[in-house]
Design a protein around this ligand. Structure first.
Ligand SMILES: [Mg+2]
Ligand SMILES: [Zn+2]
Length: 192
């Protein structure tokens, strides 16, 4: 029997347009192509898991409750379109920012792999068969740290110079994880 596999999705900048610390429904705008991509990975047998750094909580900009309410709404919207979010993991911490009980070092904030390891334990995923889609270097480092099969880094031409160099460096240190650059979420459809 093959073990279960997950497609980990970063949230801000991948599922929703990154307007900066989004915590209200009014500011939540789905990214172009993300629902199509989620449906596609589901059809390939991946379970969809959200993994998101939410340092806005450590910074005191919104609460865990605010986050969870928005997350529930998001999951309901996706479910209406046929996407099942199996679970959402979020890191409320930041090592230095803010002045709250969440201002601390942790093992869950990406690039740390804590959220992915927890999901693997909770649902029995084979991480070596799992993938991550993100828009930050820390997402790709996280994919490597968790020894996923692949990471898909979404960035546009404006960021190409800096991120292209970082991608080459990361790729050279990744033993088991293949990294890909995508300009649009739809490009992922041909690479997975
Ligand atoms: Mg992001
Ligand atoms: Zn954390």
């Amino acid at each position: 029997m093959t073990r279960k596999k997950a497609a980990f999705f970063d949230r801000d900048g991948v599922i929703n347009v990154n307007h900066g610390y989004v915590h209200n429904i009014d500011d939540f705008e789905f990214m172009d192509g993300v629902i199509e991509l989620m449906l596609y990975v589901q059809s390939l047998g991946y379970e969809v898991i959200v993994v998101t750094n939410q340092s806005g909580i450590a910074r005191g900009m919104y609460t865990q409750d605010d986050f969870e309410q928005l997350n529930q709404w998001m999951c309901a919207q996706l479910l209406e379109r046929g996407v099942i979010i199996t679970d959402t993991y979020y890191c409320p911490h930041h090592p230095t920012a803010g002045n709250s009980c969440f201002t601390q070092e942790c093992t869950c904030r990406k690039p740390n792999s804590g959220m992915l390891l927890r999901a693997a334990e909770d649902y029995g995923y084979d991480l070596s068969q799992s993938i991550l889609i993100g828009d930050n270097q820390s997402d790709m480092q996280c994919a490597i740290n968790a020894q996923l099969r692949a990471g898909y880094w979404l960035f546009d031409l404006a960021a190409q110079a800096d991120n292209g160099t970082a991608l080459a460096q990361l790729s050279s240190q990744a033993k088991n994880t293949q990294l890909f650059h995508i300009n649009k979420l739809r490009e992922c459809l041909h690479l997975i």
